[in-house]
Ligand binder design. Structure first.
Ligand code: GLN
Length: 491
């Protein structure tokens, strides 16, 4: 049997379903791969060897008993450490949650288990999903498998690196401003942010509740769609979950894979196609537009004038919500507690715990958000940002009257070297220049590898109307059928 770690999730599931490999063999092969490369990549914060093998044995037993298996049964999946996993450490990349073992599974993880996938471990991330490089993880950064001296994107750099390094065929990320798509782009993998409310936030450690969206990471578009279908759909435990079925993203991906985009209208976002991105990124983007045209798509330019205000609006809204969400980490209820000597007051213990438990970027966001929400400044900052959010939504609505989807580069630059943007928060924030508008609007968007610039991967972003997630999969799969997938140099 050829190396299962190189196979797509679709191929692995077929092997297991056909009895050519057991789920245990598949899982062990991935555990071995992790053991061989993860000291260099550091994609994982925790590898759940026992739990993964138990889940795999369960799949094998069900198959032996003749029970029907789901389309991803027996496939290992790496889970971003922002999702609760019962009894398995969940830190959100923060010292304040070190050694915390949640008493319950997030809905995403419950659905992964119910589908017979094999949760193999928890992936590294920027602390509380704030960052674009994983350099803000309290547990040290993850390396990009394409070049170990460069960042794998963030905040979900661990999930993207795990699949790019063949440590798992599938991973789960969460996208608040780009944390699935940007790591996908810079690691040459596929990352999809579903429609907000299309995937459940129950058990997702909250950063910015009106933006946070869990979603799939994979090496192919079809694999991402299959995972999306497993984790998506209404959840009564999340009050913002959409009570409608997820559109048929798998069928859309398979349709796209035929390479025919006749009748599909693509809108190039004028504001994101001229400047602000590296020349190599723009060149790869332009080549992709040509490819998509050859596949039959009709391409027009669409102006979205308010997109230029998305980044500043996001950096008021997201910190405001985080300042409220992170108030729960008080040294009493979860994880770390500092200074509880029987003498210090509750307030002193809370203050010491938060001072030592949170890293500098998290503290910066809490301070920004607290300021933006304070009385006297609320209207000028938070209120104004919410108005900009409405304008951005109007840009999307107007655009989707003219075209089926919008396209842009996913990120302005390829994977950058460690340390090159940590000195200036604004330079780090720019990584999400093109991904943030979608989060403010609530629609779905995907990043699909579209080429290389100076030997490093470039992603194309496809943005669709809310609850039209299928459209982006069709276009992404069509592009993939023309340009192929991208393999990093051997580790
Ligand atoms: N990089 C952005 C931030 O730091 C987005 C993060 C995310 O999507 N979780 O806020």
């Amino acid at each position: 049997m050829s190396d299962v770690t190189r196979m797509t999730a679709t191929e692995v599931a077929a092997l297991v379903a056909g009895g050519e490999a057991s789920a245990v063999e598949v899982t062990q092969a991935h555990l071995d791969r992790i053991a061989a490369v993860d000291d260099r990549v550091h994609a994982f914060l925790h590898v759940d060897t026992e739990g993964a093998l138990a889940a795999a044995r369960d799949v094998d037993a069900r198959r032996a008993a003749g029970e029907p298996l789901g389309p991803l049964a027996g496939v290992p999946v790496a889970v971003k450490d922002v999702l609760t996993t019962k009894g398995v450490p969940t830190t959100a990349g923060s010292k304040i949650l070190e050694n915390w073992r949640p008493p319950y599974d997030s809905t995403i993880v419950s659905r992964l288990r119910a589908a017979g996938t094999v949760p193999i471990g928890k992936t590294n991330m920027d602390e509380f999903a704030m960052g674009s490089s994983t350099e803000y993880s309290a547990y040290g950064p993850t390396s990009n498998p394409w070049d170990l001296t460069r960042i794998p994107g963030g905040s979900g750099g661990g999930s993207a690196a795990a699949i790019a390094a063949y440590e798992a065929p599938l991973a789960i990320g969460s996208d608040t401003g780009g944390s699935i798509r940007q790591p996908g782009a810079v690691t040459g993998t596929v990352g999809a942010k579903p429609t907000y409310g299309g995937t459940s936030r129950y058990g997702l450690i909250a950063f910015s509740s009106s933006l946070d969206t869990p979603g799939p990471c994979a090496r192919t578009v079809e694999d991402a769609a299959l995972l999306h279908a497993v984790i998506g759909g209404h959840d009564p435990r999340d009050s913002t979950s959409i009570p409608q079925p997820v559109p048929d993203v798998v069928a859309a991906a398979r349709l796209g894979a035929t390479g025919d985009l006749t009748g599909v209208r693509l809108g190039i976002v004028t504001e994101f196609s001229g400047e602000g991105a590296e020349p190599g990124v723009l060149a790869a983007f332009r080549d992709s537009v040509e490819t998509l045209t050859k596949l039959g798509a009709e391409v027009v330019e669409v102006s979205c004038p308010n997109f230029q205000y998305a980044l500043p609006a996001y950096y008021l809204i997201a910190p405001s919500e985080c300042s409220s969400n992170l108030a729960r980490f008080d040294g009493v209820r979860f994880g770390l507690r500092v200074g509880d000597d029987g003498v210090k007051s509750l307030e002193e213990v809370m203050s010491l715990t938060r001072d030592q438990g949170f890293g500098p970027e998290v503290k910066r966001r809490i301070m920004l958000g607290t300021y933006a929400l304070s009385s006297g400044y609320y209207d000028a900052y938070y209120g104004q940002a919410q108005k900009v959010r409405t304008l951005i939504t109007r840009d999307f609505t107007a655009a989707f009257e003219q075209v089926d989807v919008l396209i842009s580069p996913t990120t302005p630059f390829v994977a950058f070297p460690f340390g090159s943007r940590t000195g200036d928060p604004y330079q780090m924030y720019l990584a999400d220049l093109f991904t943030i508008p979608t989060n403010l609007y609530g629609g779905p968007a995907i990043s699909v590898p579209c080429g290389l610039s100076e030997g490093l991967p470039v992603g194309l972003q496809i943005m669709a109307p809310t609850m039209a997630d299928d459209r982006m999969y069709r276009v992404a799969a069509a592009l993939e059928s023309a340009v192929g997938t991208f393999t990093p140099p051997a580790l």
